[in-house]
Ligand binder design. Structure first.
Ligand SMILES: C[S@@+](CC[C@H](N)C(=O)[O-])C[C@H]1O[C@@H](n2cnc3c(N)ncnc32)[C@H](O)[C@@H]1O
Length: 226
């Protein structure tokens, strides 16, 4: 009996998975690179890719700031998709010990990434952002996503988040909880909050075979990026 390959699996990508990434397309090349690192949970590859390509369809350039970034794969794929971004900073006080291995694996295939990706082991609440930044965050748990949105709107930066782990007790549901389920109410309230800051908003999803927490929220100030 063959078991179906699950893109949502949290097991690590290993050499056994190489055959899944056979082509010279960018996704397969990234897949082969992270397989060689031998430490990346499978789901992170698919998630980061699906988020990054949707973000790049809307937003070009800018320093990339991957908040609560973990391995920082999202920030690095954004760099690969648009070389006009000068650098990516991954902010996470507890990034996995294996993050440098993933970075090294990517640099060995794309030497142009060398020196353009840095890891900041601090709290995202205190990282200094700029209006020209492209702020992203994938699975910043619960209220952490709200903090990401607050930090981005404070400086008027473009932002893309894939929220997760909605905390129904602490999350703002904007009185919508009687009509739609709690997590959706929280995400709709996030949309409305960005709009109150005069942001233009795009609501999208990534394939739910990767994650059920698949709502992608993109926002940009309704004025030219500095
Ligand atoms: C669910 S993981 C997501 C990691 C990565 N973005 C991904 O999608 O694989 C949440 C991350 O948030 C980080 N984190 C928790 N509190 C944080 C904070 N105050 N500032 C920055 N990162 C934080 C954790 O260390 C963890 O790596």
């Amino acid at each position: 009996m063959t078991t179906k390959f699950s893109k949502a699996a949290r097991g690590r990508l290993t050499d056994k998975d190489l055959r899944r990434f056979p082509s010279e397309r960018l996704f397969d090349r990234i897949g082969r690179a992270v397989v060689s690192a031998g430490c990346l949970p499978r789901r992170e590859l698919y998630e980061a890719w699906e988020v990054a390509r949707r973000v790049r369809r809307r937003f070009r350039g800018g320093r990339i700031v991957d908040l609560a970034g973990g391995h920082g794969l999202l920030g690095q794929i954004l760099l690969l998709l648009d070389d006009t971004s000068p650098e990516a900073v991954v902010v996470d006080p507890a990034a996995p010990k294996s993050a440098p291995r993933v970075q090294q694996a990517l640099v060995s295939v794309w030497p142009r990434l060398r020196g353009r990706v840095s890891f900041e082991p601090g709290d995202l609440a205190s990282f200094q952002l700029m209006a020209s930044d492209l702020v992203v965050s994938c699975h910043a748990c619960g209220r952490l996503t709200d903090l990401v949105l607050d930090r981005a709107t404070d400086v008027g930066a473009r932002v893309g988040v894939l929220p997760c782990c909605h905390h129904l007790e602490s999350g703002a549901t904007g009185s919508l909880g009687g009509w739609v389920d709690g997590p959706l109410a929280i995400d709709i309230e996030r949309v409305m909050r960005l709009q109150r800051f005069d942001y233009r908003v795009w609501t999208q999803t990534i394939p739910d075979e990767i994650t059920k927490k698949n709502r992608l929220l993109l926002g940009a100030p309704d004025r030219p990026v500095p």
